[in-house]
Ligand binder design. Structure first.
Ligand SMILES: O=P(O)(O)OC[C@H]1O[C@](O)(CO)[C@@H](O)[C@@H]1O
Length: 433
């Protein structure tokens, strides 16, 4: 992963960071890097995620999925970091696999039913993932999926892989039915677990190159030096932090490839759940190039000066020519390919923001393959860990999500929770048709 922060400099954009201010910030980056290195060496909670390139065992993952490795379809049942990392990988590499990878990471009943109805369950594998093993959405969806398999007369125990913690309901299920199971690595929060079994079981079932994913991540880890001017991941994390400090409270992640749309969703959890604490944090916005040039670009270019736009350039991809046309206004397209049009639009949009003094940063991949994807995932995780050090927040916990979980359990009769009582006390001002 290469990073170009030129369009975030104060000489180009407002808000923007001067080269001098980044050089001053680099002293804090060096201190933060020392803290990160110690955390990695001691396998401390959270920092352990940056050790995954050498801790994850591809052979162990392949052995667990061996019974279903030729599955026509794969249902991954998980949510948040227990689904988004896996989905980022298989969605980015979908063209390289014959397996239909489906993710049930919501409890929308129609959506779940529609997904299940279309699958050849006798040729479908189930990948259920939950660190805690108690996440309501994951357990509910697993019960629904298991019931669908039983109703179809398919033995779900022969087609299910479990990835979970040391204990809990899912661990008990795996033990009771002797299911192939893998452990969520200790000290790795869900949003940082894409490069562990949590994110790589699905990739293995889909036949992707696990070693290349980890090699790309390892190369990014090797680039972690004590300076933002030598390390792409730190350059990104420090620049995003510096821009937020100068007013860029929103970070719009805009990959210029359909295959990376899910990456923007994964990034949103990583950035929001890691940095959104103590009234601090930068709001991730999910977007997609070129499509959002016709949707959100107006706001990015002429709305409030509260945004950093992060472009992801996918590098080399398959291409397709645009046929010649006798429509004069469109004749210029006939000499181009769709890939050339996309690249021109990306560069034009990047330049349009710079021309309007709107800060933007470019993340560059050589192409979208396992190696580059592993580097991108690792690089963003390292950027986030650095940003967390600079913000001074607890990057690896997410206490704010617990309130709604308690309220939900209370509303469903799962115990006495004052949070549920608060639901009934909602302030109303209803305007009805
Ligand atoms: O893997 P689990 O324990 O099911 O948690 C799923 C997701 O829920 C969260 O804990 C937030 O509620 C995320 O941090 C996590 O990725």
């Amino acid at each position: 992963m290469n990073v170009d922060i030129g369009n975030a400099l104060a000489s180009v954009a407002s808000p923007g960071a001067s080269r001098e201010s980044l050089e001053r910030l680099d002293e804090q980056v060096a201190d933060a890097h020392e803290r990160i290195v110690v955390g990695m060496e001691n396998s401390e909670h959270g920092y352990e995620a940056l050790n995954l390139p050498e801790r994850t065992d591809p052979d162990e993952i392949r052995a667990a999925v061996e019974p279903v490795v030729d599955a026509e379809a794969l249902i991954t049942v998980g949510i948040g970091g227990s689904a988004l990392g896996a989905a980022t990988i298989t969605d980015a590499l979908a063209d390289e696999s014959d397996t239909d990878a489906v993710y049930l990471d919501n409890v929308d009943p129609e959506w779940v039913s529609n997904h299940l109805e279309g699958l050849p369950l006798e040729e479908t594998a189930i990948n259920v993932v939950s660190r805690s093993g108690t996440t309501a959405e994951t357990l509910a969806n697993f019960l629904v999926v298991r019931d669908a398999f039983e109703a179809a007369g398919v033995d779900w125990t022969e087609r299910t892989i479990v990835t979970t913690g040391e204990s809990g309901p899912l661990r008990n299920l795996a033990d009771r039915h002797d299911l192939p199971s893998l452990k969520v690595p200790d000290g790795v929060p869900g949003r940082f677990s894409a490069l562990s079994a949590v994110g790589m079981v699905a990739a293995a079932v889909c036949g992707h190159d696990l070693e290349a994913l980890l090699e790309g991540a390892a190369a990014e880890r090797e680039s972690l030096t004590g300076s933002l001017f030598d390390c792409p991941a730190y350059a990104y994390g420090a620049t995003a932090y510096a821009l937020d400090q100068r007013g860029a409270a929103v970070n719009a992640m805009v990959p210029y490839a359909e295959s990376l749309e899910t990456f923007a969703e994964w990034f949103a959890q990583l950035w929001a759940e890691s940095l959104g604490k103590d009234d601090l944090g930068q709001t991730p916005a999910r977007a997609l190039g070129v499509t959002d040039q016709h949707s959100q670009l107006q706001l990015y270019r002429a709305g409030p000066r509260d945004k950093l736009v992060t472009f992801v350039s996918p590098g080399e991809t398959d291409d397709r020519s645009i046929p010649d046309t006798d429509v004069d206004e469109l004749a210029y397209l006939g000499d181009a390919t769709l890939g050339e049009l996309l690249e021109a639009e990306f560069e034009a949009t990047e330049a349009s923001l710079a021309a309007a003094g709107r800060p933007n940063v470019r993340l560059e991949l050589e192409t979208v393959d396992e190696y580059e994807l592993g580097g991108l995932l690792y690089g963003m995780e390292a950027a986030c860990v650095l940003a967390g050090e600079l913000y001074g927040v607890n990057t690896f916990e997410q206490p704010a999500v617990e309130w709604a979980k308690k309220a939900t359990r209370g509303l469903l009769g799962g115990g006495e929770f004052e949070e549920a009582d608060a639901v009934a006390e909602k302030t109303e001002l209803r305007i009805e048709r």
